[in-house]
Design a protein around this ligand. Structure first.
Ligand code: ZN
Length: 373
């Protein structure tokens, strides 16, 4: 079922509110790296903390074309593909080649080659161009105790490249259950091992986990909230960005989520936790309800250091398409204090990802042997 038909069918069963809403080389020293990252913020509108350069069948935008799309409006961006590959099962869809997870019943599987692809694309750039990107490791199964070992191996194989891990997914409507080998869990020791390792290295973590199940009953506690809070609390030394404000394609109203986000931010046990406001579906939902926009703006103004802008665009082919979500957020931008807006659009990205780069390079210096000449 494609996403449009999907939304229509929800309308038919009377979920009008939901239907309107959430649909989803070798060493370069830390010093040299941070100098090459010297992108002057004022020239740019935004940095992008959530961007997929490839899609569910590992195809996407050439990195040089993407630099042109960023142009002068976007300063920096994270760089990752999609770790899940949609299988084309002939038995299921015949000659129809699915490119999205809603287009077939065939499973998704972890495609680890994505990390090598991202590293090679990054390495093909000049130093100055590299300074605009923060590549992220995604090609691991977060339900596998060996996930942390994969991350270590990628850092050892491609030192000088990666700033973080993610976006990886634990709970996501219609995706989790399709993953070959079974769904991940917030309670799995494998995930804790992964987050411990990210904390040890200093890698920034970008995690997608829906706070609730699809079509949850209104007024009930989100099913995964307690598990997510417990997980976050177990890893105070790891910098974690919770993607999409914790929302998924089909979840409870944003209004309730604003209160949940606020509760997390006021608790010092979660000082290492940040939120990205990416995904055009989230932006549309916020924009459709002025009340939700105002509530979220109040929360962001109260905690200006804790939110990051991101697009969640997948393999865009034009700047117009790429910046659509920035435009959708105009009502939100107008409600933020000037300094808060600046921090959400750029400042927080620079602080968090510069630190991720610096710490990852320092870890590599101590752990990766230089090749012999
Ligand atoms: Zn996501």
């Amino acid at each position: 079922m494609n996403s449009r038909r999907f939304r229509l069918s929800i309308f038919r069963i009377g979920w009008a509110v939901l239907a309107a809403g959430i649909s989803c080389g070798w060493f370069i020293t830390a010093n040299a790296r941070s100098q090459s990252a010297a992108v002057v913020s004022n020239e740019h509108l935004i940095h992008d903390a959530h961007f997929h350069i490839t899609n569910y069948i590992q195809e996407g935008t050439d990195i040089r074309d993407f630099l042109k799309i960023m142009g002068t409006r976007v300063g920096r961006a994270v760089l990752f593909g999609l770790p899940l590959q949609q299988e084309w099962s002939y038995e299921n869809s015949g000659d129809f080649a699915p490119t999205y997870y809603l287009q077939t019943d065939a499973p998704l599987y972890y495609y680890s080659f994505t990390d090598a692809y991202i590293a090679m694309a990054y390495r093909s750039l000049s130093k100055e161009q590299q300074g605009r990107f923060d590549p992220m490791i995604t090609g691991f199964n977060p339900a596998d105790m060996y996930a942390a070992d994969h991350v270590r191996r990628v850092l050892e194989t491609f030192p000088g490249v990666f700033s973080g891990i993610g976006e990886f997914t634990i709970h996501k409507e219609f995706v989790s259950a399709k993953i070959a080998g079974g769904p991940a869990s917030l309670q799995n020791r494998a995930l804790s091992r992964l987050l411990d390792f990210a904390g040890e290295v200093g890698l920034v973590v970008l995690i997608h986990s829906d706070v609730d199940v699809p079509f949850a009953k209104f007024g009930s506690e989100p099913v995964y909230l307690a598990q997510m809070k417990a997980l976050l609390k177990r890893h105070p030394k790891t910098t974690i960005i919770w993607a999409h404000l914790g929302l998924g394609r089909v979840v409870r109203p944003v209004k309730d989520q604003a209160a949940i986000v606020d509760g997390i931010l006021k608790d010092p046990d979660f000082n290492h936790v940040y939120f990205d406001i990416s995904w055009d579906e989230v932006a549309k939902y916020l924009g459709a309800a002025p009340d939700s926009t105002r509530l979220m703006a109040e929360t962001i103004n109260r905690y200006p250091a804790r939110f990051l802008f991101g697009t969640d665009e997948v393999a865009p082919d034009s700047q117009e398409k790429y910046l659509r979500i920035y435009e959708l957020y105009r009502p939100l931008w107008s409600l933020l204090d000037k300094e808060t807006s600046e921090r959400v659009r750029k400042g927080n990205y620079e602080r968090i990802f510069d630190e991720g780069r610096r710490r990852a390079r320092a870890w590599e210096t101590g752990h990766v042997r230089k090749p012999r000449d």
